[in-house]
Design a protein around this ligand. Structure first.
Ligand SMILES: NC(=O)C1=CN([C@@H]2O[C@H](COP(=O)(O)OP(=O)(O)OC[C@H]3O[C@@H](n4cnc5c(N)ncnc54)[C@H](OP(=O)(O)O)[C@@H]3O)[C@@H](O)[C@H]2O)[C@@H](O)CC1
Ligand SMILES: [K+]
Length: 515
């Protein structure tokens, strides 16, 4: 599990070490970690450090110091290095070390266009303009450089017309370390090498997109407070996924009730059912129109389909909403599912029936547009753009207002418990942004809720338990999409096959996390 902390918490943990005069030592550890990651990535790309073109972007603070020291080490391995100084007052000792290894410097304010060209023609750009001391987006010439560089490399691929590798020092410059907001110009990295602890802004909103892969370097920080944000990794997922016991039968493994689909949108019910079955539920009981029952049984003969009501069906969890449209019977079923006290995924059209006073076992799965509407009904104004810019804040706020667990979809999907525990998962591929994709996510989550033993074995699951399960479902969905995308565009109806493969590999311990 990755734990992330706000920038202020990391700075507070550094303070006693700085007061004890250990600042330079911490910087050397950070710079060495950055150098080692840069060397590894350049070697992987071009086979040799010797003769590689590297540009270091160095700001006025310690972030620039880290980047200059890392650049000095790369110069010592034969790379050709130029530092673009974005301030008149760079870190003096780091600059001296950089120059002593033969690094040359350019003052950005006098040559923005030249610096943008230099970056675009480099093998590697190290972004050391701003770290945790940055306030707001980039300003002045640094903002112009980010814009010009992005313009120059847009349209380039990772093939022959190669983009330079961009490695961010601690965090991509212009990204808020706590929220991931990036209001103004900012850099976008392939890899962020972060120091001491992962910053929450690297795992949320635009910051999660800008950070790329995340690597955390241990610099020997003191104790940190409780993390603000978690990310599940393969080993956590393997533990969370239930395996059938020898004594199990279909009912004890878990039955999921699905009230989804309508005469207008029947496909959503088929997709949700297929994903739930592939995730390993003991049984699916489907409730909906007869025409949808027939369609589901044509592809999933194991699903038990009926047109009845929620209260007459014995299940361990509910899934309501996908494809329900304006179907009045499905609306009633969604309300009954929310009131049942059982774990329930409330997705798509059912989100518009949500009222405050729910419990954490109810998981709402909005995208930013649906959350705008939900918050509006609860008396809170937030535009889609505001939610996309700061998803941590709004997912937590929605959980607080409804009492439910909230899964807010995005590049990094945020799941927030009403008690504050928050997760971020970012395994998805952009190919998953397709009609029907959300229906499969809700099917996976429904299955995890129905097979969840803690719900039956303990009186009340731990706070944040449902947010963790929602994060697990998000991760499985993202991994299944990424696996499918390896051979081309993703059709959501292809996902159940990949879900089975992902779960099988997780259980065998085959999947190794890249960060
Ligand atoms: N502390 C430690 O022990 C260790 C810290 N480490 C490293 O230090 C980093 C934090 O360093 P830091 O505090 O010096 O801040 P940093 O982000 O480099 O820049 C601040 C400077 O930028 C300026 N500035 C601010 N906003 C701006 C904007 N929007 N656009 C333009 N300029 C802006 C601001 O000037 P001001 O506006 O305040 O006058 C100020 O001069 C941390 O991320 C990590 O990399 C590691 O070495 C490990 C040990
Ligand atoms: K940076």
């Amino acid at each position: 599990m990755i734990s992330a902390y706000p920038g202020a918490a990391v700075r507070a943990a550094e303070k006693p070490l700085l007061d004890a005069g250990l600042g330079p030592a911490l910087m050397q550890r950070a710079a060495y970690g950055l150098y080692a990651a840069c060397a590894r990535e350049v070697l992987a790309r071009r086979g040799s450090l010797y003769g590689a073109h590297v540009t270091v972007l160095a700001g006025s603070g310690n972030n620039g110091g880290d980047a200059l020291y890392a650049g000095a080490r790369l110069a010592g391995r034969g790379a050709g290095i130029t530092a673009v100084l974005t301030s008149e007052a760079p870190h003096p000792e780091a600059l001296a070390a950089f120059r002593s290894r033969g690094g040359r410097t350019i003052q950005l304010s006098r040559a923005v266009a030249e610096c943008a060209r230099l970056c675009a023609e480099s093998d590697l750009v190290i972004d050391g303009i701003l770290g945790t001391g940055g306030k707001g987006g980039l300003r002045g010439p640094a903002a112009e450089l980010a814009r010009a560089f992005t313009g120059r490399i847009s349209g380039r691929t990772s093939g022959i017309d190669r983009r330079p590798l961009v490695i961010a020092c601690d965090l991509p410059s212009g990204v808020d370390a706590d929220t991931g907001q990036a209001d103004g110009e900012h850099f976008t990295a392939d890899l962020t090498v972060t120091f001491g602890a992962v910053k929450t802004g690297l795992m949320a909103g635009p910051g999660a997109v800008a950070a790329g892969r995340i690597e955390c370097i241990d610099i020997g920080l003191g104790s940190l407070p409780g993390p603000a944000l978690y990310r599940l990794e393969s080993a956590d997922l393997a533990q969370l996924l239930p395996v059938p016991r020898k004594t199990d039968q279909k009912y004890s493994r878990g039955v999921l009730g699905i009230a989804a689909g309508s005469a207008t949108y029947p496909g959503a019910a088929v997709l949700a059912t297929g994903a739930a079955l592939a995730t390993g539920v003991g049984m699916v009981r489907y409730l909906g129109p007869e025409s949808v029952c027939r369609l589901i049984n044509a592809s999933h003969p194991e699903a038990v389909c009926a047109t009845g009501t929620v209260s007459l069906v014995h299940v361990q969890a509910w899934l309501a909403g996908p494809g329900a449209g304006a179907d009045e019977d499905q609306r009633r079923r969604a309300l009954e599912a929310m009131a049942s006290g059982l774990p329930a995924v409330i997705d798509a059209d059912a989100i518009s029936h949500v009222e405050p006073g729910l419990g954490p076992q109810v998981i709402l799965t909005p995208h930013a547009g649906e959350l705008t509407a939900l918050l509006g009904r609860l008396g809170e104004t937030a535009t889609r753009e505001q939610i996309e810019a700061d998803p941590l804040r709004y997912a937590r706020r929605a959980a607080e207002l409804t009492g439910a667990t909230v899964l807010l979809k995005g590049w990094a999907t945020i799941t927030a418990a009403p008690t504050g525990e928050t997760y971020s998962q970012a395994e998805a591929t952009p190919w998953l942004a397709a009609a029907g994709s959300g229906d499969t996510l809700s099917g996976i989550l429904g299955s995890l809720l129905a097979t969840d033993r803690s719900n039956r074995d303990t009186a009340s699951p731990a706070p944040g338990h449902y947010a963790e399960l929602a994060a697990a479902a998000t991760s499985i969905h993202g991994r299944a999409g990424t696996l499918t995308a390896q051979s081309g565009p993703v059709e959501p109806s292809m996902l159940p096959a990949a879900i089975r493969t992902v779960i099988g590999e997780l259980k065998k311990g085959v999947v190794i996390d890249s960060v």
